[in-house]
Design a protein around this ligand. Structure first.
Ligand code: V47
Length: 377
C-alpha cells in the first residue's frame, strides 16, 4: 500500500520513512505534504499514523453545546456569530436559568449526557462570578456531568475583567467544576495575520500560555486552527508546529480540530482565487497533515458541523478519529452558513461511523470510553 518507489517519485521518500518509523516530521516535511500533487498518498500516510494510534476505532460523544452569549468585545473580522451589543439584531445573552433549562431538557431525554460544551463571546459586562455560579448550578443539577467550557480567549477576558491572573481564573473555574476546555480562539498563530483578522483577542503566545497553565492544573484542553481564509500553507504548518511544541512542554492537549472557514455573513473579504467555501480536498489534506505533524496530540476531530457529514466521514480515512457529537444546538458555524443539521442522534453518529468502515466508540468530554445506554440500564 505505502509503496516506497511511488513515494520517492512524489519526493516524499524521507517522509514515508519517518512515518513508518514513527519519527517526528519537520516543518519542511509538512510543506512537502501540502505541495504533494497526490492527495490520496498524503491521506494514506495519515491513515497509517491514525491506525497505529487508534486502529479502526472512531469516537463520538453524546453532548450538548450551549452558547451563553454572542455579544463580544473582540470584533474578529471573520466571525459571523458575534454582535457588538445586546441591542444588535441577532444578539442573545442567556441567563443562568436559561442555561439550566437547556440542561434540564437534555437530562429529560433517555440518553445520558457525557459532555456539556459551554462557550460564548467575551461579554463586556458579565462578571466572572456569573460563570462560577452557572458552572456550580449545572453541576448541582447533574453532579456526574463533565463540563468542557471556556476557551483560552475567554479565560484571558475573565482575568482582565476580574483584575487577576489567568492562572487564578483557571483555578477558580476548576474549583467550580471545570474539567476540560474547548480549543477555540487559536485561529491562526501567525502574528501579522492575526493582527488583521482578530487584532483584539488574546494573542498567540497568550493563547498557548493559558493552555499550558490549564494543563499544569490538570485541566485537559483541545486546540484548533481556523484555516481557508487568508493564511498560507506555511502559516498552517507553523501553527501546527507551535501546538506540537506547547504539547511537548505541557502535555494536556487531547484533541486537535481543524476548522474550515465558513464564509457567509463574514466581514472578512477573500481574494478572488480563495472565494467560496474551503475546497473538500483542501479540508481532507489539512486533516491529514495535522495527523502527521501532531504526533503528540492523541485525537484529530472531523467536526461534522463545519465539514458536513459526508466529508467528515471521508476524513476518517485521512487521519481523523473523532466526529464530535450529538450537539443539539450550534450557532457559530450555522450563523456563518454551515449547511449541516443542528444535531445528530446517537444512532445517526454510530451509523455514520460504521458506514464509513470504522468501529464507533462512545466517549466522554475527556475522551474516556463510556458504557453504552444498554450497559448503563
Ligand atoms: O474559535 C468562528 C471558529 C471556533 C468561524 O474543542 C469559525 O471540542 C469556521 O472551537 N467558520 C469555535 N469557523 C468552535 C470551536 C470548537 C467547536 C467544536 C468543538 C470544539 C472542541 C471546539 O469556531 C472559534 C473560531 O475559530 N469560527 N467563525 C467561521 N466563520
Amino acid at each position: 500500500m505505502l509503496d516506497a518507489s511511488y513515494y520517492a517519485s512524489l519526493g516524499l521518500a524521507d517522509v514515508l520513512d519517518k512515518v513508518l518509523a514513527g519519527q517526528r516530521l519537520s516543518a519542511e516535511d509538512g510543506m512537502a505534504l501540502f505541495a504533494c500533487p497526490d492527495i490520496t498518498a498524503v491521506g494514506a500516510l495519515a491513515h497509517h499514523a491514525r491506525c497505529r494510534m487508534h486502529g479502526d476505532k472512531t469516537s463520538y460523544v453524546v453532548n450538548r453545546q450551549i452558547n451563553y452569549t454572542n455579544v463580544c468585545v473582540n470584533g474578529c473580522v471573520f466571525c459571523a456569530f458575534r454582535r457588538d451589543s445586546e441591542e444588535d439584531q441577532g444578539a442573545f445573552c442567556l441567563s443562568t436559568e436559561e442555561v439550566l433549562e437547556r440542561l434540564r431538557a437534555a437530562d429529560a431525554t433517555p440518553l445520558h449526557l457525557d459532555e456539556l460544551h459551554i462557550v460564548g463571546g467575551c461579554h463586556p459586562t458579565r462578571p466572572f462570578q456569573w460563570f462560577l455560579d452557572t458552572l456550580r448550578a449545572a453541576r448541582e443539577l447533574n453532579p456526574g456531568l463533565l463540563i468542557k467550557a471556556f476557551t483560552p480567549v475567554e479565560i484571558a477576558h475573565f482575568a482582565r475583567m476580574e483584575g487577576c491572573s489567568t492562572l487564578e481564573v483557571l483555578q477558580r473555574l476548576k474549583d467550580a467544576g471545570l474539567v476540560m476546555m474547548p480549543g477555540g480562539g487559536a485561529e491562526i498563530f501567525d502574528e501579522d495575520l492575526r493582527a488583521r483578522i482578530c487584532p483584539h483577542k488574546a494573542g498567540s503566545a497568550e493563547w498557548l500560555r493559558i493552555s499550558g497553565e490549564a494543563h499544569s492544573l490538570g485541566i485537559k484542553t483541545n486546540c484548533t486552527m481556523l484555516y481557508g481564509h487568508l493564511e498560507t500553507c506555511a502559516m498552517r504548518v507553523d501553527h501546527l508546529c507551535r501546538l506540537r511544541e506547547q504539547q511537548d512542554k505541557s502535555g494536556g492537549f487531547t484533541c486537535f480540530i481543524p476548522l474550515p472557514f465558513l464564509t457567509e455573513n463574514s466581514r472578512l473579504k477573500l481574494p478572488e482565487e480563495k472565494l467560496g467555501p474551503v475546497r473538500g480536498l483542501d479540508q481532507l489534506r489539512t486533516v491529514a497533515v495535522s495527523r502527521l505533524m501532531l504526533d503528540n496530540i492523541p485525537h484529530i476531530k472531523a467536526y461534522w458541523i463545519m465539514m458536513g457529514t459526508k466529508l467528515a466521514q471521508t476524513a476518517l480515512w485521512y487521519g481523523a478519529d473523532d466526529l464530535d457529537g450529538t450537539v443539539v444546538e450550534e450557532h457559530i458555524g450555522h450563523m456563518a452558513g454551515a449547511g449541516s443539521a443542528q444535531g445528530l442522534t446517537l444512532k445517526e453518529l454510530e451509523f455514520m461511523i460504521r458506514e464509513a468502515g470504522f468501529t464507533p466508540v462512545r466517549r466522554n468530554a475527556i475522551f474516556h470510553t463510556v458504557p453504552t445506554e444498554e450497559a448503563r440500564a
